[in-house]
Write a protein that binds this ligand. Structure first.
Ligand code: CP
Ligand code: NVA
Length: 298
């Protein structure tokens, strides 16, 4: 693997290898037998806010022997309009890898192309691959795998999170049911390209949650959409709350990538009841990303 730009571009084999490596990273934390990033500097170029992604990458890079360099868009000339391809050609001659959080997926693709260094998508409008790896790791730990499991996603059916989940279902073959308001469902062209018979789309959260072993949600308005208040109105009835969870399978997990808006996509009661899983999911960002960093240096 030379970059991690999306879940779409990974194979099932690569996903399983990354998850196995992440489990090893977690077990060996504090006692890693090697330092694959020794002597390396990795740039974190962020044009959107972050708590989990920034901290887990900075800590992970250090734990693997490297040095993280955080660059918000306003710290560098990118914020003044210097093109991504020029930024990439400069950084590619100085640092050993880059982790990018931005809006357009094309910017991450262009950065990887023009820089020639390992590039990781730390969230774009299209995908959030690092988060999905952490989510899958959490499911492996809690449910011992995805075979025979049903995952439900309740909320924005075409956000970066949902798209990454859709591609994960395509590659790994588990049943995925997405419940989203009609205006926020994946378009027909996307579903035709996905071509995954194990994926269903509905506007009925109870139907998606029915018999689900994992109930997953995310904010209704992703970063960059905060002023789309009309979109938020579409989500009446889509809160993950105790009433909805009655439909889920016994022993179900509730996942949320965080940050969460209690009383919107998830009730405060459900978030607190499932906090052990949700914060394990957040911690797993560190282990999953250390696996990604390791695989990009092999
Ligand atoms: N889940 C996630 O990516 O969190 P941050 O936005 O805090 O990085
Ligand atoms: N869909 C959310 C994920 C945040 C981690 C967003 O893009 O804001």
């Amino acid at each position: 693997m030379s970059h991690l730009l999306s879940i779409e571009q990974l194979s099932a084999r690569e996903i399983h290898q990354l998850l196995d490596c992440a489990l090893r990273m977690k077990r060996e934390r504090g006692a890693h037998p090697s330092q694959p990033l020794a002597g390396q500097t990795w740039a974190l170029i962020f044009t959107k806010s972050s708590t989990r992604t920034r901290v887990s990458f900075e800590v992970g890079i250090r734990e693997l022997g490297g040095y993280p360099m955080f660059l918000s868009k306003n710290d560098i000339q990118l914020g003044r309009g210097e093109p991504i391809r020029d930024t990439a050609r400069v950084l590619g001659r100085m640092v050993h890898g880059a982790i990018i959080r931005t809006f357009a997926q094309q910017d991450v693709i262009d950065f990887a192309h023009y820089s020639g260094i390992p590039t990781i998508n730390a969230l774009t409008d299209d995908e959030h691959p690092c988060q999905i790896l952490a989510d899958l790791l959490t499911i492996m730990e809690r449910l011992h795998g995805l075979d025979g499991r049903k995952v439900a996603f309740i909320g924005d059916g075409f956000s970066n999170m949902t798209r990454s989940w859709l591609w994960a279902a395509k590659h790994l073959g588990f049943e995925l049911s997405v419940a989203a308001p009609a205006a926020c469902q994946p378009p027909a062209e996307f579903l035709a390209k996905l071509n995954a018979p194990n994926v269903t789309i509905t506007d009925d959260p109870a139907q998606a949650a029915q018999g689900a072993h994992v109930i997953n949600t995310d904010v209704w308005l992703s970063m960059g959409q905060e002023d789309q208040t009309a979109k938020e109105l579409e989500f009446a009835g889509f809160e993950v709350n105790a009433e909805l969870l009655i439909h889920a399978a016994p022993g179900h997990l509730v996942l949320h990538c965080l940050p969460a808006y209690r009383g919107k996509e998830i009730s405060a009661e459900v978030l607190e009841l499932h906090a052990d899983t949700i914060f394990q999911q957040a911690e797993n960002r560190l282990h999953a990303q250390k696996a990604v960093l390791t695989s990009l240096t092999e």
